[in-house]
Design a protein around this ligand. Structure first.
Ligand code: GDP
Length: 201
């Protein structure tokens, strides 16, 4: 499958400031998990996710339009929201509460949210913040998929063991975790296909 067409639309501090979408997916993960690299690789654009990392946008909901490469005329019907990295959960109390509120209300109230992609660092494995997020998504009945990043960084001799550990740490079967490498391209076609199918629903 060719790279996805992805274009930045706008940022907002509240989900109700974003234009509505016919179908949307969102991506969450702790800072440094490889989110920007993955989004860039999915779209084959070097600086796409850079938009989300420009000053002032790192703590906002960043909306992108996703064109299915098979569509001739993409509209604002299929979208993706890049959520701020969990690193900000370490921010001082007040800011942390605001951040949490922004993300939680987005996840709970955004209409037509088809899938929450939870990125887990394949080298580090699921952290406490990752499992808290998964528990919260499960408790709220939100559809989610775990994607493990940096596949190339895990030594090949350790990969089977690591795949088992990551799945167990996320309380999932091994086949339920999608492994990707933004660096080597591993798993990107599979993930692109899934993104397209989630957005087609
Ligand atoms: P973000 O904070 O989640 O957006 O993470 P970045 O995309 O900026 O990546 C964090 C670090 O991990 C950077 O140094 C990347 O070069 C590195 N990284 C991200 N994805 C991969 C990957 O697939 N393979 C390898 N080897 N490094 C990666």
């Amino acid at each position: 499958m060719p790279p996805l067409r992805v274009e930045f639309v706008q940022s907002a501090s509240r989900h109700d400031q974003l234009p509505s979408s016919r179908s949307e997916i969102t991506v969450v993960g702790r800072s440094n998990v490889g989110k920007s690299s993955l989004l860039n690789a999915m779209a084959n654009r070097k600086k796409l996710a850079h938009v989300s990392n420009t000053p002032g946008r790192t703590r906002l909901l960043n909306l992108f339009e996703v064109g299915d490469p098979r569509d001739k005329q993409p509209g604002l019907s299929k979208t993706m929201v890049d959520l701020p990295g969990y690193g900000f959960a370490k921010a001082p109390g007040n800011m942390r509460a605001q951040w949490q509120n922004m993300i939680e209300s987005y996840l709970l109230e955004r209409e037509n949210l088809m899938m929450v992609i939870v990125l887990v660092d394949g080298v580090v494995g699921p952290t406490k913040l990752d499992t808290q997020m998964l528990d919260w998504l499960r408790a709220n009945g939100l559809p989610h998929t775990v994607v493990a990043t940096k596949h190339d960084k895990v030594k090949s001799s350790l990969r089977d063991k690591r795949k088992k550990e990551v799945a167990e740490g996320c309380d999932l079967e091994q086949g339920d975790v999608i492994w990707v490498s933004a660096e080597k391209g591993t798993g990107l076609d599979k993930l692109r296909g899934l993104v397209v199918s989630w957005l087609d629903n």
